[in-house]
Design a protein around this ligand. Structure first.
Ligand code: PGA
Length: 258
């Protein structure tokens, strides 16, 4: 099996205000050594630079990523943020296609694909989030939905560019609900996604891509999820807002690789 460094993301979503974000970043910088695990936090846009400064001042290996981007370089796109602006504030990672972008804001796969290309062309690492709704799972469509989102999201992305892509599998019904996929169900979905990547690219590329699980991952369930062979990390929402919980999940990821 390919050895993939686990990657843990903290998606702060539209939470915290400046002082809370600074306090959380300071606590994480003190608690997380980052040994053996790549850690990225995704604060809201206004806090990207101050949070990045906390990590830089404390020589922390924790990286800062953006929760979204726009694919156009500049111009009349009120409310949007370009990739070069994100670069200016110290970002080199961007989350694209999160379920709240897809299902609350209404982003379609075609736009997500444009964003993926723009981010890769700008030299960013991309975390492409995918996942099925509850009714789709109940209809046995989980793999079908995931294949569609992978194929459409990555359309035209080369095997070389895949070295800068992480997939976040986040079943929508598990996000923020306290319901988690069982380790077996999650593993099955992750293995199917890897199989899909093998079909699009090749075995070597598919084995190298990291696939994170997201959806109510917490200290209590992280170890069992992360122990699955095709689960290479987590994208954490609620539990990433508490230093102890997020640090415990990072420790669980480090324990799996140790
Ligand atoms: P959750 O969110 O951990 O609160 O379920 C995960 C996510 O949306 O990335």
């Amino acid at each position: 099996m390919a050895s993939r460094t686990p990657t843990i993301g903290g998606n702060w979503k539209m939470n915290l205000h400046l002082q809370d974000a600074l306090d959380l970043a300071t606590g994480l910088a003190d608690a997380v050594t980052g040994a053996g695990v790549q850690v990225t936090v995704f604060p809201a846009f206004p806090y990207l630079m101050p949070v990045a400064s906390v990590f830089a001042n404390k020589h922390s290996p924790i990286r800062v990523g953006a929760q979204d981007c726009y694919h156009q370089p500049n111009g009349a796109f009120t409310g949007e943020v370009s990739l070069s602006m994100l670069q200016d504030v110290g970002c080199s990672v961007v989350l694209i296609g999160h379920s709240e972008r897809r299902h609350v804001v209404g982003e379609a796969d075609a736009l997500i694909n444009q964003k993926v290309h723009a981010a890769l062309d700008a030299g960013f690492e991309v975390v492409l989030a995918i996942g099925e709704l509850l009714e789709q799972r109940e209809q046995g469509m989980t793999d079908f939905v995931n294949y569609g989102q992978v194929c459409l999201g990555l359309a035209g992305v080369s095997a070389e560019q895949m070295a800068r892509v992480t997939i976040a599998y986040e079943p929508v019904w598990a996000i923020g609900t306290g319901k988690t996929a069982t380790p077996e169900d999650a593993q099955q979905a992750h293995a199917a996604i890897r199989g899909c990547l093998k079909g699009i690219y090749n075995d070597e590329t598919a084995q190298a891509v990291r696939i994170q699980y997201g959806g109510s991952m917490k200290p209590g369930n992280a170890g069992d999820l992360l122990a699955q062979p095709d689960i290479d990390g987590g994208l954490i929402g609620g539990a990433s807002l508490k230093v102890e919980d997020f640090a415990a999940i990072i420790d669980a990821a480090a324990g799996v690789t140790a």
